[in-house]
Design a protein around this ligand. Structure first.
Ligand code: NI
Length: 176
């Protein structure tokens, strides 16, 4: 079922999510089906459970290399539950981000360039990956949602924050 995505300003988006305690349950599978469907419907690169009003540490993300978007880096379709992120260097990279909870806007956000993420999929299988670039950025963005952090809260240069149509006339860009 396509769910309504909460928008910035909704206090629920500022709350920390709680860990999932039971895997491979009908409730968890139903939540993930809704998250995938909602993300696909909105053409998003990722979605966190709190964005649809569910306060659990669950995110989904993925970018198909075949999509005709300017940012062509592929990110595997991933379900990540109870994530733990560990930066692998102090290096930060700035790049544009958007968010389904902040529609129509883009901002330049610093993120760790390389990081390790660990967690579980919906069946309780362990996930442990070291990634960089856009993949690392998407993971950090989605996991921030689990801490009640939205990307505008990380912007340092507010001259690089604005409406997509004004910043990138004519381009089609993924939501995050
Ligand atoms: Ni987001």
């Amino acid at each position: 079922m396509i769910r309504e995505v909460l928008k910035m300003g909704d206090p629920f988006l500022l709350q920390a999510a709680r860990p999932v305690e039971a895997f491979d349950t009908p409730g968890l599978h139903a939540l993930l089906a809704d998250m995938r469907e909602t993300m696909a419907h909105l053409n998003g690169a990722g979605l966190a459970a709190p964005q649809i009003g569910v306060g659990l540490q669950v995110v989904v993300f993925g970018v198909d290399r075949n999509d005709r978007y300017p940012r062509a880096e592929e990110v595997p379709d991933t379900v990540l539950i109870n994530p733990v992120l560990t930066p692998l260097s102090d290096e930060l990279e700035e790049d544009w981000e958007g968010c389904l909870s902040v529609p129509g806007l883009r901002g330049m956000v610093p993120r760790h360039a390389r990081l390790r993420y660990q967690g579980f999929d919906e069946r309780g299988n362990r996930i442990d990956r070291s990634v960089s670039g856009f993949h690392a950025r998407v993971v950090q963005h989605e996991c921030d949602h689990l801490q009640g952090i939205l990307y505008p809260m990380r912007i340092r240069d507010f001259s690089k924050f604005g409406f997509i149509q004004a910043l990138f006339p004519g381009e089609e860009i993924l939501e995050e």
